[in-house]
Design a protein around this ligand. Structure first.
Ligand SMILES: C[S@@+](CC[C@H](N)C(=O)[O-])C[C@H]1O[C@@H](n2cnc3c(N)ncnc32)[C@H](O)[C@@H]1O
Length: 238
């Protein structure tokens, strides 16, 4: 299958699971993802001290990350000019629009973001980059849209290069339990078989850092959460 068709298939899969996405997500992560998301926002706000005209959340899905950008900004009295979510899945965007009427949403791909050069202060992508087939093109596009000195914030399930007891527990959960529970709730077993496979076929945090460096970013902060299940990478556009 060529990369265009593979990408189309992935987006269709998200269209299918959109109505149950939030429920399944909260249950599978047992709510832990909330602290990972908040931490991503707090660590970025600590670093970016300028006025924020625009935050773009790519692969925004049902919009949760955008909600946390706003919530964490309110706590420290930071103003955000505009929050825009971009995602190619019409069904995910439909759910997001219902939840967050105050934000702007655009149906679009990570590789062709319909925003001006150097317009964004912060660009985030949470649990999305793994699904972008033409990842290097997307990184170039992120560099185009971000202002110089702006921040790229990636949250992702990265491949683990460590082995051991906790690694085995994590493997069991992700490979065996998660597809069963996710498949049961969403009635789409394939989508939740795709998750462990896509994590396994993905990069380590170090590999992502290298690709970012090659596309004009300097990584400033990397943190692994909960037995290395999730990784946060914050990189500055040079
Ligand atoms: C696992 S969901 C994550 C959604 C949301 N960011 C979150 O944290 O819950 C992955 C999202 O990536 C989107 N996606 C898939 N391929 C994409 C692409 N090429 N460009 C942008 N988004 C893409 C899907 O439509 C889906 O909404």
């Amino acid at each position: 299958m060529n990369s265009k068709n593979r990408q189309k298939q992935i987006v269709e899969m998200f269209d299918n699971i959109a109505p149950t996405y939030d429920k399944t997500n909260r249950l599978l992560s047992m709510g832990i993802d909330i602290s990972w998301r908040k931490s991503a926002c707090d660590e970025t706000y600590k670093r970016y001290k300028k006025d924020i005209d625009l935050i773009v959340d790519v692969a925004c899905g049902t919009g949760d990350m955008m909600g946390y950008w706003k919530k964490q900004a309110n706590k420290i009295n930071r103003k955000i000019g505009k929050l825009v979510g971009v995602d190619p899945s019409c069904e995910m965007i439909k759910v997001a629009k219902k939840k967050f009427v105050q934000f702007e949403f655009i149906i679009g791909d990570a590789g062709t973001i319909p925003l001006k050069d150097k317009s964004a202060d912060i660009l985030s992508i949470s649990y999305g980059i793994r699904n972008v087939i033409e990842r290097k093109d997307a990184f170039k596009e992120f560099a185009r849209v971000l202002k110089t000195g702006g921040y790229l914030v990636i949250l992702e399930f990265t491949k683990d290069d460590k082995k051991g007891f906790f690694f085995k527990i994590k493997e069991f959960y992700i490979n065996k339990l998660l597809p069963k529970i996710g498949g049961f709730i969403s009635k789409n077993r394939d989508a939740y078989e795709y998750l462990p496979n896509s994590i396994d076929g993905f990069l380590t945090a170090k590999m992502i850092e290298k690709e970012l460096d090659d596309t004009g970013f300097s990584t400033e902060f990397v943190k692994s959460f909960s037995m290395n299940i999730s990784t946060l990478i914050i990189a500055k556009k040079r």
